[in-house]
Design a protein. Structure first.
Length: 277
């Protein structure tokens, strides 16, 4: 008996209403879920708030405090006999101390530049200096040094006309403080933008992803902040120039990375619509 031939079925595309579902299903199979993306977005926003708080503390508290301390130190005068008798520490007092021992070594990332000082065999203290020279490398036990103290801390050691600051001495290097504050503000902006995008578009937040744009942007912000800060220190520019230069430069770096990395960004995954058979 000859079998009856069957007519082939027509291939029809799925209705248009199923396309978004297919797209969403393809995104789930790609390892991304809206819940995970939103949780990441919330964490990024919390991190942005913490960075913004650090930025505010830097410019509202840290910078004014260090600047005021430096100005007070510059304006301090030698202590009078009356001030010493009253125990006034807001002036510069001079003490003649004896070197008990020194420690001056650098091993890898660890640097130790210390001098242990004594006074009349009843007082002993170790001070940390800002490097090996010019004074510390010359000191040997039983040397006599002149110490300048301010507000209860030794600021400078001197011997035979050679002076060296300790780490307690205030420095006019507020530019690096400003660079740290600028970096905190830039990180707050990056985390906020990346977090909000994940809340609004949990399945489609490209190109604001960690790889490659987010990672390179983070490195760029760190480099810009500290490069501008160090340049301001070396050139003697006031700390107020750091945010004025670093913020526009960081915006240019972000745009440059965006344009440069655009061809490398992963293309959006489009679902394959199979014909019904």
């Amino acid at each position: 008996m000859r079998s009856r031939a069957t007519a082939p079925r027509e291939t029809t595309a799925p209705p248009e209403t199923t396309a978004p579902r297919a797209w969403a299903k393809a995104r789930f199979t790609d390892g991304r879920s809206p819940g995970r993306a939103r949780r990441t977005g919330v964490l990024l926003i919390l991190l942005a708030l913490a960075s913004a708080a650090a930025c505010w503390l830097t410019f509202a508290r840290w910078l004014p405090s260090d600047g005021e301390r430096y100005q007070d130190y510059r304006a301090a005068e030698p202590c009078s006999s009356d001030a010493l008798s009253r125990g006034d520490t807001d002036c510069l007092s001079t003490w003649h101390l004896t070197v008990q021992k020194t420690e001056n070594r650098t091993a890898g990332k660890e640097s130790v530049h210390d001098a242990t000082l004594t006074y009349r065999d009843s007082w002993r203290r170790t001070v940390h200096l800002d490097g090996s020279g010019p004074l510390l490398e010359r000191l040997v036990p039983d040397d006599r040094v002149t110490a300048t103290a301010w507000r209860g801390e030794i600021m400078v050691l001197g011997k035979d006309g050679v002076r060296q600051d300790t780490l307690e001495a205030p420095r006019d290097e507020l530019q690096m403080n400003a660079a740290a504050g600028v970096l905190a503000g830039l990180l707050a902006a990056q985390c906020l933008v990346f977090g909000v995008v994940r809340l609004v578009r949990p399945l489609d937040h490209e190109p604001l992803t960690w790889e490659p744009y987010g990672r390179w942007l983070l490195f760029g912000l760190v480099g810009v902040s500290f490069a501008v800060g160090l340049s301001a220190v070396w050139t003697g520019l006031p700390w107020g120039t750091v945010p004025l230069v670093a913020v526009p430069l960081a915006a240019c770096v972000a745009l440059w990375f965006r344009l440069r990395l655009r061809p490398r960004l992963r293309p959006r995954l489009r679902p394959r619509l199979r014909p019904r058979g």
